[in-house]
Design a protein around this ligand. Structure first.
Ligand SMILES: CC(C)(COP(=O)(O)OP(=O)(O)OC[C@H]1O[C@@H](n2cnc3c(N)ncnc32)[C@H](O)[C@@H]1OP(=O)(O)O)[C@@H](O)C(=O)NCCC(=O)NCCS
Length: 200
């Protein structure tokens, strides 16, 4: 009997996957229980996908952030993270979103030390990213780890580009992205903000 031909294997590699492949539930990028990762100074965190049960931890993390970190992450000032927004950020649609969290399970309750997320624009075949590492955990390789995993996830989804808005004063993020090969362009209507992107 002739074996069935796997058409996906014979398609030209430059052709993006069909939309039902691109936007069907992707393989999760880490095990459901998470992957143990370590900071440069040896502290252990668990990297996993965000879950609906992370709402309280996300709100606690928000309360630990400096006004500067909040402005750099959300591009405007915010005094609190409303419950509805926290719910929305934790209950993602995996067909078009990935949200990775770095959980500190050495404390009770476990605390969220970093978050990286992408939101896919199906029409443009690209994804917008955001990333945040709280200050007591900064400069430990976690921002780079999250960004690399998001880039890998975008590639797995067959996207053409990952991009994000970064304030021009945000030297840490601009430097991090430069090292990952992102390029930057200024946005004429938004002085002080750059759009940084990586072609995949
Ligand atoms: C930007 C941010 C994500 C970086 O996270 P991080 O975990 O500290 O970054 P890493 O430790 O992985 O650093 C990777 C590289 O980025 C650069 N970098 C990071 N912080 C830096 C700083 N304060 N000054 C200069 N370069 C810096 C360095 O090149 C660094 O490599 P090195 O430590 O080997 O020199 C973090 O500072 C943050 O969450 N800021 C607030 C939110 C934000 O700005 N988000 C981006 C917009 S969505």
């Amino acid at each position: 009997m002739t074996p069935a031909i796997d058409l996906s294997a014979t398609r030209h590699p430059a052709i993006p996957p069909r939309s039902n492949e691109r936007f069907s539930r992707p393989n999760l990028v880490c095990l459901p229980k998470g992957e143990r990762v370590h900071t440069h100074d040896g502290r252990e965190l668990v990297l996993r996908n965000i879950e609906p049960g992370d709402i309280a931890a996300l709100q606690r993390q928000f309360r630990r952030l400096s006004p500067e970190d909040i402005r750099r992450r959300f591009l405007h000032c915010m005094g609190e993270l409303p419950e509805s927004m926290a719910q929305r950020l934790c209950r993602i649609d995996p067909a078009i979103e990935t949200a990775l969290v770095l959980m500190d399970e050495t404390v009770k309750p476990a605390e969220l030390r970093g978050v990286g997320r992408i939101y896919v624009d199906e029409a443009a075949n690209s994804a917008e990213f955001s990333v945040l590492v709280e200050c007591g955990w900064a400069r430990q390789g976690l921002g780079a780890l999250l960004m690399q995993r998001l880039v890998d996830d975008c590639r797995r989804r067959g996207l053409d580009e990952i991009w994000g808005y970064v304030l021009l004063e945000n030297r840490p993020m601009l430097q991090l992205c430069k090292e990952l090969g992102f390029t930057r362009r200024l946005i004429p209507d938004e002085p002080g903000t750059a759009q940084i992107s990586l072609q995949l």
